[in-house]
Design a protein around this ligand. Sequence first.
Ligand code: HEC
Length: 143
Amino acid sequence: MKTTHAITMIALVGAAAVGGYLMLGKTADETATAAPGAPIVTVALPAQLSENAQIGKRAYEAKCAACHGVNAVGQEGVAPPLVHKIYEPGHHGDLSFQRAVKFGVKAHHWRFGDMAPVEGLTEGDVVMITRYVRELQRENGIF
Ligand code: HEC
């Protein structure tokens, strides 16, 4: 009886140790990739942005970065990165940026939910924002 008890204890302690080790390993991994608000991709910055892209960057930071993240890296649980293969010009042309801002976007590529229309931007502003995103995409080998 005593021995059985000891063996059970050893087994339990062993299992707890292994379980704890696995859980810690997992938690560390998951915080690195899935903490709410964490960047979804890493974006390399071009040495120089064109003048239009610099104007677009300011508008982007005022109107888009709260969801799509600084430098369009995306945010876990909030919105996708725009520096992403899905948004290359061949798949999401410049007009899709105009449409997204004007009419909003029904969730279809991701599970972040819908994007509401963004108020207070002219078509010209969105051209500049698109230019900025394209220059980031190009620097990061998206197209
Ligand atoms: C309130 C959060 C929020 C803000 C602010 C926001 N977006 Fe979005 N956006 C989203 C989400 C979420 C999606 C993903 C929808 C999906 O599942 O495809 C998205 C998708 C997009 C798409 C893809 C459209 C398509 O056709 O699939 C573009 C382009 C885009 N956003 C541009 C912008 C620009 C430019 C701004 C700033 C002017 C902006 N967004 C501001 C949340 C936001």
